[in-house]
Design a protein. Structure first.
Lengths: 313, 286
């Protein structure tokens, strides 16, 4: 067990290190160099030279990478060109919206997917199953931003029930939540569709097992069989994809934040791209990738904990 | 002749529903895109300022957008763009993924470990993150978004190819070929690659669905296909501001994306179920 944990930790550390290499080397793609990107077209050569020196661009890339990595490890992601503030402060502030948004969506998606998936499996092969499976397929193929637009059209424009976008801040909690209902629904829908399919599929597999037949033979009520005996084991595939789903939600949030004009990390990244603020975008991408690696690590560990059959090879 | 026709028709009906529907949808989208290559009802960028945000009419069968551009022409041009971008992206992911996966699986050892570690790291960067990175470092556009989606697809194909090679390498035919003195390249290309094409084709269909969806999202964000080229994602972005005046500019591109993604998903799933003998009835045992 501990060997497995150590192995996974080491693996995650290597992955993170490679991620920093990737994020850093993307900068080598900047046409000209970052100094030119900052100063724009036809800069004064002396100013350009000075800026290059102050940015450290006169030194070899490997040297710059080592220095940059040293700062990153201490949580210093540099200063935003657009905002003139430390990148990590900007990111932390926006994470206060993006993370709750993503976690709420994940919770809604898991709950909805488990419910619908177990209904579909319990009444497998019936019209109800077909309807639920149809919903799941629809949820998977509709682009999230289109769903968001349609929800705005329905709940904000036609019914005047919910705000169509923006975020008032967390001071007034009920008002804040009312602004998040539609974004959470939009984000959760596609993921719920996927969870429905996974839960349905794995429940159907499990319902063929001997111990289920035993439970039924003992005269255990059908809902008890599904929820107490089967779902517990059918949950394992759901746990294994949680990390992956989190990654999906984080990137989908970039899109949904734009639809609902929410001041999250995604909209911050897009502002950064428009302003050619590569340092800001670099910081955001690195933070998001780190989250994904850590969540995958957590998923692996959780998986090993949940399923005693996992061999730690 | 007649009998042959009847047999093939009957064999066609034995295909699962999902596969038939998926195949039909994909063919429809490809058809629209191909027709769009040689004929469009109007130039997709031609603006008719007198008829802005018009509902469907004989002159504009699907209505017009906020510039008075014909939505049928733009939706058709969008199909072309979606398929093109998706094909290039999946092509990048498939080619690089298969090459890396085969190298890792066939040669094993340190090369396997190094390549898999590298792919593991790439796995931490979904397409949207790569697109953000490439757009910031280089510039937003179709090239960046195709590269981002392609790169993000590499690990899936690589794992699939690696697993296939590992399985095929242990087979007697691969060993026999090697015993006969065939080179590594020959064993790989002639004996192993043909045996892993099935799963790869299935995965390519699923990856195509994902690529179309992601490219639309990137274009919506302004990171993908740039105006004035008609792309479904971009059309939706522009439609958003006028959604309250006319639903049509948002309706058709949304429908186009959904149909394309549904088609490739059903096709991929259907092919997998069809070729996998282990999957039988989905009904729970009683």
């Amino acid at each position: 067990m501990w060997e497995f944990v150590a192995q996974r930790l080491l693996g995650a550390a290597v992955t993170l290190l490679l991620a920093t290499v990737l994020v850093f080397s993307a900068l080598l793609l900047v046409p000209g160099d970052p100094a030119q990107a900052i100063l724009g077209l036809e800069p004064n050569p002396q100013v350009l030279q000075a800026l290059r020196r102050s940015l450290g661009l006169d030194r070899p890339p490997l040297h710059r990478y080592a220095e940059w990595l040293g700062k990153v490890v201490r949580g210093d992601l540099g200063t935003s060109i657009r905002y003139g503030q430390p990148v990590h402060e900007l990111i932390l502030r926006r994470l206060g919206l993006t993370l709750p948004l993503v976690f709420m969506s994940l919770a809604v998606a898991v709950a909805l997917g488990t419910l619908l998936g177990s209904i579909a499996a319990r009444w497998g092969g019936t019209r109800l199953d077909l309807a639920v499976s149809g919903f799941a397929l629809t949820g998977l193929v509709l682009p999230s931003f289109w769903v968001g637009l349609m929800l705005i059209l329905l709940f904000s424009v036609r019914l005047h029930l919910l705000p169509s976008g923006s975020f008032p801040g967390w001071e007034d909690l009920s008002r804040a939540l009312s602004h998040l209902i539609l974004p959470v629904l939009t984000l959760a829908l596609a993921r719920a569709a996927l969870f429905t399919r996974i839960v349905r599929g794995s429940l159907l597999d499990v319902l063929h097992e001997d111990y289920i037949r035993t439970a039924r033979a003992k005269g255990v009520a059908e809902w008890h069989v599904v929820y107490r005996h089967a779902l517990r084991n059918a949950a394992i595939p759901v746990v294994t994809v949680l990390g992956l789903e989190f990654a999906q939600l984080l990137t989908a949030a970039v899109v949904v934040e734009t639809v609902f004009a929410l001041p999250g990390l995604g909209t911050l990244a897009l502002t950064g791209i428009e302003a050619r603020d590569y340092r800001l975008v670099q910081g955001i991408v690195l933070v998001l990738a780190t989250f994904i690696v850590l969540l995958n690590l957590l998923t692996d560990l959780l998986y090993a904990l949940l399923d005693p059959r996992v061999t730690y090879a | 002749m007649r009998d042959a026709h009847r047999t093939s028709a009957r064999a066609g009906w034995r295909l699962p529903v999902g596969l038939r529907v998926g195949g039909a949808l994909v063919l429809a989208v490809i058809g629209v895109a191909v027709v769009g290559l040689v004929w469009l009802p109007q130039h997709p960028d031609a603006a008719d300022f007198l008829q802005r945000l018009a509902p469907p009419s004989p002159q504009h069968p699907l209505g017009t957008d906020h510039f008075g551009r014909d939505l049928l022409a733009r939706t058709m041009a969008g199909a072309r763009n979606a398929l093109w971008v998706g094909m290039v992206a999946v092509g990048i992911g498939l080619t690089l993924g298969v090459v890396l996966g085969i190298l890792a699986g066939y040669f094993g050892g340190w090369m396997d470990r190094a390549l898999m570690t590298l792919l593991e790291a790439l796995y931490a960067f979904p397409a949207v993150l790569l697109a953000l990175l490439l757009s910031a470092a280089w510039r937003p556009g179709a090239t960046s978004s195709m590269a981002a989606v392609g790169l993000a697809t590499i690990p899936i194909f690589a794992r699939l190819a690696r697993a296939g090679v590992l399985a095929a390498r242990a087979q007697p035919y691969a060993e026999a070929a090697r015993a006969l003195g065939a080179s590594d390249a020959r064993v790989l290309l002639r004996h192993i690659l043909p045996n892993i094409t099935g799963p790869l084709i299935i995965q390519a269909s699923l990856a195509m669905a994902a690529a179309v969806l992601i490219e639309a999202a990137l274009s919506y964000l302004g990171l993908g296909t740039q105006p004035p080229t008609a792309s479904w994602g971009r059309m939706l972005r522009e439609a958003q501001s006028f959604m309250f005046l006319s639903p049509y500019p948002a309706l058709w591109p949304g429908l186009g994306i959904a149909v394309t993604v549904l088609g490739f998903n059903l096709l991929g799933d259907g092919l997998r179920d069809w070729t996998d003998p282990r999957r039988k009835s989905l009904r729970p045992a009683r």
